[in-house]
Each structure stands twice: as C-alpha cells, then as structure tokens.
Design a protein around this ligand. Structure first.
Ligand code: UD1
Length: 430
C-alpha cells in the first residue's frame, strides 16, 4: 500500500500550478465518444479517475491516444460495444456519464449500477428520470442499467434536487435528441458549463449552462473539436487551505478566481489575506486563524468537496467553528482521524463542531475518501512531528503529482510503501 510520510511544521511558500478539473474531465471524456471524428482534449489531469475512464472508453472500442501528460486524443468511431464492464464503474462512479453519452449517440447503453461510496448513498434516480423523459426505456438487468430508445425526443425536465451528475448526463443525451429539451433546477457548477461549452464546440446547441435553466436543441451529429479543460477549483482550494493551515504564503497559478470565490471568502473570514490576479490567487496567512461557520451548498455556495479541507484548517483556529454538510450524508469520516492528531472535534448529525486547539501532533491516520485524504495531508503538514497517511490511493484519484507539488512549496512529504521506508523517512527528517 502506498502512503504519505509527512513531517509537519513547514509553512508552505512559493508557487504551484493547478491541473485541469478532474470532474469536468470525466464528463468531457465520456462526451468525446459522441462523435465519430477525433477530439483533442487539453489540460487533462493525469490522475487515476481520468486514467480509469480512458481505459473504460478503450474497452468499449474507442481509440485513445495520449499525446503527452496533459493532452489526449479520443476517437469514438470504432466503438463496438455499448455495454460497460463493472470493473470500471466499481473504480469510478463517474463512468455513469457513459450512459448519457452512449444513449445520445447510439440510443442504447448498458452500464452497471454504481454502488454506494464512502461519502454516503448516492442515488441516480434523477439521471434515470431524465432519460425516461427523453423517451428512453430504463430497466435494471443483472445489476446494470439498460437504457434504450427508438428515438430520443426533447422534453421539459424538472430536477427534484440540484444534481451535477444528472444535469450533465441529461444534457449529453438531449444534445442528440430530436427537438428541444429544457432542464429546470439544473446544477450551475463550473464543470457543468465546461461540459456544455465542450459539447457546443462539437456542434451541440446548449444555452443557459451556468444558470438553473438549460435549453438544448438536439442535433443529429457532433463533430471534431480541440478543447482545453478548465482548471480544477478543488485542487486549487486544497492548496489554498494548505497555505492557510501551515501559515504560509502561496501563489496558486492557472486558476479562474471567480470559481474560487466561496473558498476565498472563507479564507478571508478566518484571517488570511487573499490577492486575486487574472489567472492566479495568492494566499498569505500571517496571522492566527479565526473560527467560522460554513455550510456546504451547490455552486455558487461553498463546495462539499472543500468541506474536509476547511475543517482541517479550523482545527487550529481560535474559537469554536461549525461545519455543516448539506449535500452528502456521510462526509465526516475523517473526523476521528483528525481527533487522533489532537483536534477537538465532534459530529452531531450533519454538523461538525470544532474547538480550535493550539497545535496538532503527528499520528498514523488513514484516508477514507479523496477529499478526506487531502484534509489529512493538510493536517499532517501543519502538525508537530511525523504523520503517516495510509490509503493514499484515494488521494491519487484526484490530485496530480500531489506530493511533488507540495515538496516544491517546501513541505517534507514523501510517498512510501513499506515500514522500512517509513523508518528511513523518520531517520532522515529527524
Ligand atoms: C459531483 C462531483 C462530486 C461533488 C458533487 C457535489 C463529479 C464526478 N463528482 O458528484 O465530486 O461532491 O457533484 O458537488 O463531478 N442525488 C440524488 N439523486 C440523483 C442524483 C443526486 O438524490 O439522481 C443527490 C445526491 O445523493 C447528493 C446530491 O443529490 O445528495 C448532489 O449530488 P450530485 O450533484 O449529483 O453529485 P455527483 O454528480 O454524484
């Protein structure tokens, strides 16, 4: 098992370059197979989730060519199979985007039902409701969702809750339906807009992405494109909170500051200075951190994917902070691990109450999911002594070269596998 060994205490300082947005990339890769022409995607993050989805796409017959670390070409003309293997969906839930993409293009898709995950039960009823509204049949057969239609027909769809996945999946299928579709109560996340822009660059006709009403006029065919994915706002936010927690000074480059506004506002509330430039933000944390209250909400609210990271920083802020999770039911699994590092934190229902302590101390902890893992790394970087974070396979799902980027900011962090390597790290850092 790969782990991170961290010696905490160094304030992070310097510059860091943010990769393309993982969550946009997953949907864009699925959408890329909707044309028979070759699509070039740039600013593709080189992380486990996108690499698994690329394998899944190859497995159903598409041609994938890695041009370099951040560019990939996809050609979907050779797809022979509309049935996706369970192996892939088990590794990444977002392979459910192949439902919308295959249904739109071939009017038929078979994708295994994603199971629950570490942050709670995650139903996809709204995705399926959307497909049905477009005239497709949807049934569960042998653990897979089988959806098909003679013809897809545009429809007026009202989502019961704001769902990023359902908005994108329906948008993809509706792009190749007959007639007009309206999605009401649509998600407004930056990656919804990015996927709409990508589809439009392939010839789709989508308007209103970024608002809660998206209007789509179906087209018969999509064509080739070259497209660059937006920067990852969650990766950026993670480095911003790492700067705050370690009382550092970090310039986070290749970002869209507008997408970071909720994160920036919280950093300022807790006592950091945040300077915004055209495509970068600088976080300076020279003062003691202060408490705050935060509640996760759909965009433009504070993102649930940034909830564990702010909590990690707040464990060392003066006063009592309250963190409320309103999107996922089970997103506080990392709390017990932070408590083992000396945090004073308890969970009541969907709320974590954090009494700030002067310092955390290093411990052996385990990542339970992607963002929880990032939060433990932030805690480890700020703690006294050595922290070992187990199960970093979760972190590698969504952070490109995480330890390399952190080291360039002055962090003492190494990827280790064996007890012997941990021992060596301990000896080296003292
Ligand atoms: C996406 C992101 C994830 C992020 C989340 C919320 C990707 C690959 N993942 O996940 O990182 O945390 O948005 O910003 O982009 N729901 C239903 N029925 C549905 C769909 C959703 O009840 O059919 C519920 C979910 O359980 C959750 C809420 O709606 O409580 C929001 O989920 P959703 O926005 O769909 O999240 P994902 O698209 O799965």
């Amino acid at each position: 098992m790969e782990r991170y060994a961290i010696k905490g205490g160094n304030p992070l300082a310097g510059e860091v370059e943010i990769a393309g947005a993982k969550n946009a990339a997953l949907a864009i890769l699925a959408a890329a197979i909707m044309t028979d022409e070759t699509v070039l995607i740039e600013n593709m993050p080189d992380v486990r989730d996108t690499n698994v989805l690329l394998e899944a796409i190859q497995e159903i017959g598409a041609i994938v060519e890695r041009v370099d670390k951040s560019r990939v070409k996809v050609n979907g003309s050779t797809i022979t199979n509309v049935s996706v293997d369970y192996e892939f969906i088990k590794k990444i839930r977002a392979s459910y985007y192949l439902l919308g993409a295959l249904l739109g293009k071939y009017k038929h898709a078979e994708v295994p039902l994603p199971g629950g995950c570490n942050i709670g039960s995650r139903p996809i009823d709204q995705h399926l409701k959307g497909f049905r509204a477009l005239g497709a049949s949807v049934e569960i057969r042998n653990g897979a969702i089988v959806t098909q239609a003679e013809k897809l027909k545009g429809s007026h769809i009202f989502l019961d809750m704001v769902s990023v996945g359902a908005t994108i999946n329906i948008m993809m299928a509706a792009s190749m339906a007959n007639g007009r579709t309206i999605i009401e109560n649509a998600a407004r996340e930056p990656h919804v807009v990015d996927v709409a822009n990508f589809l439009n660059s392939m010839g789709a006709n989508i308007k209103g992405a970024g608002t809660d009403v998206i209007r789509i006029k179906g087209v018969e065919k999509l064509h080739k494109t070259e497209y660059s994915i937006i920067p990852d706002q969650i990766e950026a936010g993670t480095f911003m909170f790492a700067a705050a927690a370690t009382r550092g000074d970090v310039l986070v480059k290749n970002v869209i500051p507008k997408h970071l506004e909720a994160t920036t506002a919280k950093l300022e509330e807790i006592g950091c200075e945040v300077k915004e430039f055209d495509d970068s933000v600088r976080v300076i944390a020279s003062r003691e951190l202060r408490k705050t209250h935060v509640k996760t909400l759909p965009y433009p609210g504070y993102p649930t994917d940034m909830q564990p990271q702010i909590a990690a920083a707040l464990t060392m802020a003066k006063g009592t902070s309250i963190v409320t999770e309103s999107i996922f039911e089970n997103r506080f699994k990392y709390v017990d691990e932070l408590a083992r590092m000396g945090a004073n934190i308890k969970v009541e229902g969907n709320t974590a109450i954090i009494d700030g302590v002067d310092r955390l101390t290093g411990a052996r902890v385990s990542a339970s999911d992607l963002r929880a893992g990032a939060a433990l790394v932030i805690a480890g970087l700020s703690a006294e002594g050595i922290t070992i974070v187990d199960d970093i396979v979760y972190i590698q799902r969504g952070y490109e070269d995480f330890e390399i980027k952190l080291r360039s900011l002055g962090a003492e962090i190494e990827k280790v596998s064996t007890e012997k390597e941990i021992q060596k790290f301990r000896l080296r850092v003292g």
